[in-house]
Design a protein around this ligand. Structure first.
Ligand code: C2E
Ligand code: CA
Ligand code: CA
Length: 456
């Protein structure tokens, strides 16, 4: 009887400890012992309901992925634990809730600051505390963090979801400001976020309502001085204003809408230029920009094929402009895409060349047919001798690889003469013609044709 009682007691104790462990696992992050996301959601919401001035800090380690990849997960875990200890220690003084939301992302909610400390000061202290050195495999590692901060008082949407979103927007700003810094969500960010949402949600309707337009900028053959091609540049006629790509392309990319815009530009531009060529009996080429966001699938090859078929433009008259940073993100995919484009017979251009890694070595391995030197080199051509030498070097190497060289941003006669001397084949820039709408471009083409014909 006594043994049975002892056994029963033991089994009850075991069950209790299992259920305690299960409870811990359900509410806390096993690695750091901090609250997990579920606890953050429930406890966080209850803190906010009683503390109208609560402040949320979202913390993201800047180089955690590299630590994990280079030194293995156990070193990564060690770093996370050290970070968690430091965050918890600092938050404890203000009775804050600390949580690990995922990988290397942490959160601190401070219900109300004690001792008149400001939220900025607390954030700066966090940044200082999280700038740490760790020894792993005998190598000293440095780590630091970026912070996004939001305070409940300043938000329209006074919920944990709203606060988290606001702090996340601020965190994104810290990351793009170069990391290791802190940003506080403010009215300007709120307005920006609202504008971004408004732009993103209007794009699908704008596409079906025909609010987008293709502008064309002339490309000039520098040997003859004749128009040889046009770059298609998208514009959005929105609420009576003409928006340039800098106001919506990035947003479209971030919201998965860029493919629709690019394909619309591709179809429209190929149709328009094909129609003009037929009318003037000429071979103008057209260059279309493709965002790097297309490069995660090979579908774009089929779309380009369809656009050529629908427009009846000869494939060699279409150039697809791709940025080097986009192509480098996934080199393998880039090669497959470029080889698909080559099979279609279209030309490909490495756009904005010189702004990214600019490795001339990989030019050999990428089957592009044109190099488009970024306009920042043009701007510096007058003032910096080094830019002149670099441009000449780039042009020479490109030529020796059999690539056509285009220079964009030609604004002065002096610049034009310099690039001619370097041996650049094609120029584009305000001096040679600004981007213009379809009707103006067609009138320009007709004018030029008359001039050439009367000269003959
Ligand atoms: P980009 O491909 O480098 O296009 C050239 C940009 O330089 C155009 O700006 C053009 O107006 C401007 N530009 C041309 N000549 C000069 C000059 O002499 N001086 C100066 N300062 N600027 C000059 P835009 O039209 O505002 O386009 C900006 C960027 O937006 C483009 O840069 C391209 O990256 C992107 N973009 C434009 N259309 C599309 C599109 O249909 N799809 C995608 N994905 N991106 C596009
Ligand atoms: Ca371009
Ligand atoms: Ca460019």
């Amino acid at each position: 009887m006594r043994t049975a009682l002892i056994q029963l007691k033991r089994s009850l104790e075991e069950k209790k400890s299992i259920s305690e462990r299960a409870n811990r696992l359900a509410y806390f992050d096993p690695l750091t012992g901090m609250a997990n996301r579920e606890t953050y959601n429930t406890v966080g919401a209850s803190i906010l309901s009683n503390n109208p001035h609560a402040v949320l800090y979202l913390i993201d380690l800047d180089n955690f992925k590299r630590v994990n990849d280079q030194h293995g997960h156990s070193v990564g875990d060690e770093l996370l634990i050290e970070v968690a200890v430091r965050i918890a220690k600092q938050a404890e003084l203000h009775e804050g809730l600390v949580a690990r939301l995922g990988g290397d992302e942490f959160a601190v909610i401070i219900p109300e600051f004690q001792d008149g400390i400001s939220k900025e000061q607390f954030g700066q202290d966090l940044i200082e505390n999280l700038r740490l050195e760790l020894m792993a495999d005998g190598i000293a590692l440095t780590a630091h963090a970026s912070l996004g901060v939001a305070q409940l008082d300043y938000l329209d949407e006074k919920s944990l979801g709203g606060l988290t979103k606001a702090a996340d927007t601020a965190l994104y700003k810290s990351k793009s400001d170069g990391r290791n810094s802190l940003s506080v969500f403010d009215a300007a960010m709120a307005l920006n976020e609202w504008r971004t949402r408004e732009i993103a949600s209007s794009i699908p309707r704008a596409l079906s309502n025909g609010e987008f337009e293709v502008f064309f900028q002339p490309q000039v053959d520098l040997a003859s001085g004749n128009l040889c091609g046009l770059e298609a540049l998208v514009r959005w006629r929105k609420d009576g204003k003409l928006l340039g790509p800098d106001q919506f392309i990035k947003i479209a990319e971030d919201h998965g809408l860029i493919a629709d815009i690019d394909l619309w530009v591709l179809r429209t531009a190929t149709k328009t230029v094909s129609k003009w060529n037929e009318y003037i009996d000429d071979d103008l080429s057209v260059s279309v920009n493709l965002s790097a966001k297309h490069f995660d699938s090979l579908d774009i090859i089929e779309h380009v094929g369809n656009a050529l078929e629908a427009s009846e433009l000869r494939p060699e008259l279409l150039t697809l402009e791709l940025t080097e940073t986009g192509l480098l993100e996934d080199f393998n995919m880039a090669r497959q895409l470029l080889s698909g484009f080559k099979t279609l017979g279209v030309e490909t251009s490495l756009d904005d060349f010189g702004t990214g890694y600019s490795s001339l070595a990989y030019l050999r391995n990428l089957e592009v047919t044109e190099l488009k030197i970024d306009r920042s080199f043009m701007r510096e051509l007058d003032t910096r001798n080094a830019s002149h030498c670099i441009m000449e070097g780039m042009a020479n190497i490109a030529h020796s690889l059999g690539l056509r060289v285009v220079v964009e941003g030609v604004e002065t006669l002096e610049q034009l003469n310099k690039i001619k001397r370097i041996g650049v084949q094609v120029g584009q820039g305000y001096l040679l013609g600004k981007p213009a709408d379809e009707a103006t471009t067609f009138a320009r083409i007709m004018d030029e044709l008359c001039e050439v014909r009367s000269a003959v």
